[in-house]
Design a protein around this ligand. Sequence first.
Ligand code: KG4
Ligand code: ZN
Length: 345
Amino acid sequence: MYDLKNYKIKAEPVILGIESSCDETACAVIKGRKILSDIIVSSASQQALYGGVVPEIASRAHTDAVDEAAAQALKEAGISPDEVDAVAVTYGAGLLGALLVGLSFAKAFAHAKNIPLIAVNHIRGHMAAAYLVKNDLKPPFITLLASGGHTAVLHTKSVLEAEVLASTCDDAAGEAFDKVARVLGLPYPGGPNVQKLAEGGRRTIEFPSALIRHGDGKTFSYSGLKTAVINYMHSAEQRGQKVKREDVAASFECAAIDPLIKKTVEFALEKGVQTVTAGGGVIANDYLRKQLASACLSAGITLVLPEKRFCTDNAAMIASEGLNQYLAGNFAPLSINARAAIPLK
Ligand code: KG4
Ligand code: ZN
């Protein structure tokens, strides 16, 4: 019988983290904030044939990979299943069928070992990657979040509470990278390929900034920027003009990223917060990392920037947010269901 009545919360628990919200099956083991193992099995090469993530292919790939990935994560960590103190798993947001694979595995594991199940919001996982960089990191800080589904600047006030200061009103930054990649004839995954192309280009084209002009100063729009790039490419094609794709990529990259950096630093100064953190796939972008580092340095702000592999989807960040929830005693019932969407409050 599953019964946690006599369960004692530990200060430095061993947590098995599981992530399966999109095309990565990821399993990691942490003890306290120390990462003992971090396994990622990606179905990106299968998805690339279709130019994007096909949900059914993702679900099947998770089903094939999850047992082995969890076993490998435990083996590399030198931890036996009996030594795991809690299981943290992404329950949303993401592809429902994909989420259910990781969630079902986690429920079964928690039930079999009679240990807490911790349901992690994927986005909060991205935000918790920063704790893996600096184990003694403590709020308050400003968090720049930029992934395939979300773009926001948040005021992280405590380990469990964050306030959205600015966000996108339409597409996410990562989505724009992926769509612009397609227009530029680049394969999936778009973001890293746009970055590569941009490295050989110059910022010669004035695309509209992702921060809405004459707006409230806290709303981004990536749909408008994406449309501007599409229009630029089409009108050049109609006029028979040769386009330097590298310059389009570089100009887009700046229009997409510069306002994120500007608002992040502005909010840190406005709120009197000394530290900036960042998370989400777009934070793996080299131009963004360089610009954010130099803007924070100029403003005298400490930047806590996760390694690139902890910006894109991984399970160590899920375990890290799992630890936050664990220490607060936020355990999930085994009846919890996966959720395709969870609003960013
Ligand atoms: O956080 P993530 O791995 O998954 C979601 O939770 O959405 O983010 C994926 C997004 C994709 O849109 C991808 O194109 C983008 O992050 N991305 C990048 C880079 N690496 C990943 N965007 C720009 N430059 C990169 N180097
Ligand atoms: Zn993600």
